[in-house]
Design a protein around this ligand. Structure first.
Ligand code: ASP
Length: 439
């Protein structure tokens, strides 16, 4: 058994957190490859080291004195080193970083030092080998992650390395300069390392016990999701549920390596397993509910629309031309409705309407703004009769007017459109009917 364990910033924000992490790693022999983030927040108003590094580099770029800020960053690490009773010195490292900042080595280089230094401490603390990601994780000349080269070099190295710490978040460009993934990218590194190590499991340790069925800001102490498939996760993440970086799924998914989201502060919790497919019956008919506010519907009506071939294409072309992506497009016999993001649409509204008039000469076009979309997701829905019935009767009992319904033939999710003002109430009604009352 071989596991790759990634720890998020809040799990490594202080010596105290490092100790919890150390205990977790030492308690399981198979936790052989560790991917740390940079130190995160220790308390709610704290600043993440990555943000401090970006700010410090901004000063350097403007030719200002960044010494004080860099000292503050160095203090954060020293506090951890001292708290762990290590004799490691980062003095030379900080000297190099200062020089590189002066030489304007780039903001990616700057940000990457958060993970780089934290991993050095972790390697020293655990007695694991330190592997600098710049030598094992690669981007091509366009800045796109080079999976092939990385897999070759990294997996050869891991094959000969029993235990190692590999910093998250960055790799290198063909010219050797450092490049980072987008924010939260240590999740992606963990996934890449899991693939290269041919791991049995990718554990992603964070500060929550996995995914929740619904947003805790809307539902009081929602239940956890114990097992979720990659497809379900995609649906829920797209609609706003965030725990894991979106790109972290791809490397491991193809290899059939499951991801286990775990809580560093509650290691006894099993967390959420993310798997390709499973015969584990979900506890409830639905796996999760997520949603987003801020959509506009554009309802286009035209007599005999149903007999006009190419009508839909022409409509969508108008949106495409103005760089607007559409979310959903339910249709009737002589009507077609397009849902788009309000913030993308508003400034281009009149231009899009005029394109539509030119392209399809509709009888009427009606707009409705301030709409929310809610996705009710669950592999269990396919096998259960009456899911839609239950959702809509719950919404009716809560006096919520449903503006749109969209269910794909995969029966994995049902999308419901409501007014923004009804958003929270609707999620609560759906959660209650499936989870609280379990009808
Ligand atoms: N430290 C980086 C960030 O704050 C990457 C990560 O933590 O995953 O975005």
């Amino acid at each position: 058994m071989k596991k790759v364990v990634k720890f998020g910033g809040s799990s490594l924000a202080s010596a105290e957190q490092f100790k919890k992490v150390g205990d977790i790693i030492r308690s399981d022999e198979s936790r052989r490859y560790v991917v740390p983030s940079a130190p995160g927040k220790r308390f709610s108003d704290d600043i993440k080291v990555t943000d401090m590094l970006y700010a410090c580099y901004d000063e350097a770029k403007e030719g200002k004195d960044f010494g004080k800020l860099l000292d503050k960053i160095s203090e954060r690490y020293q506090e951890i080193i001292d708290g762990l009773g290590l004799s490691l010195s980062l003095e030379d490292e900080f000297k190099t970083i200062g020089e590189q900042f002066k030489a304007q080595a780039g903001s990616d280089y700057a940000a990457s030092r958060g993970e780089y230094l934290n991993s050095m401490i972790m390697a020293e603390y655990l007695g694991y080998e330190f592997l600098d990601s710049a030598q094992y994780i690669f981007f091509d000349e366009n800045g796109v992650f080079d999976g092939e080269k990385t897999q070759k070099v990294l997996s050869a190295k891991l094959a000969e390395t029993e235990r190692a710490v590999v910093p998250g978040f960055y790799g290198s460009m063909p010219d050797g300069s450092v490049k980072t993934f987008s924010r939260g990218g240590s999740d992606v590194t963990g996934s890449i390392v899991a693939k290269a190590a041919h791991a049995d499991l990718y554990e992603n340790w964070t500060d929550v016990s996995g995914f929740l069925i619904a947003d805790p800001r809307i539902i009081d102490s929602p239940k956890n999701i114990t097992t979720i498939t990659y497809r379900e996760l995609r649906e829920l993440s797209y609609m706003g549920a965030t725990v894991l970086h979106e790109d972290a799924i791809f490397p491991v998914r193809k290899e059939g390596i499951p991801i286990n989201i775990r809580n560093t502060n509650r290691p006894e919790d099993p967390g959420t397993m993310i798997v390709e497919t499973t015969c584990v019956r979900p506890e409830y008919t639905i796996t999760g509910i997520a949603g987003r506010k801020g959509f506009v519907s554009i309802n286009i009506e035209k007599d005999m629309m149903n007999s006009q071939i190419g009508f839909g294409r022409k409509v969508l072309e108008c949106f495409e031309k103005h760089g607007i992506s559409f979310e959903h497009m339910p249709s009737g016999i002589d009507t077609l409705t397009v849902f788009v993001h309000q913030d993308e649409f508003e400034s281009k509204e009149q231009a899009v309407l005029s394109s539509l008039r030119h392209a399809v000469s509709p009888d009427t076009i009606e707009l409705e703004s301030d709409l929310a979309l809610i996705a009710v997701v669950g592999r269990g829905m396919k096998a259960t009769r009456g899911t839609a019935g239950r959702i809509f009767s719950a919404l009716a009992h809560a006096y919520i007017n449903v503006k749109m319904i969209d269910q794909g033939s995969s029966e994995l999710n049902i999308i419901i459109g409501v007014k923004n003002d009804d958003f929270e109430k609707a999620i609560k009604a759906i959660y209650d009917i499936f989870v609280t009352v379990q009808l």
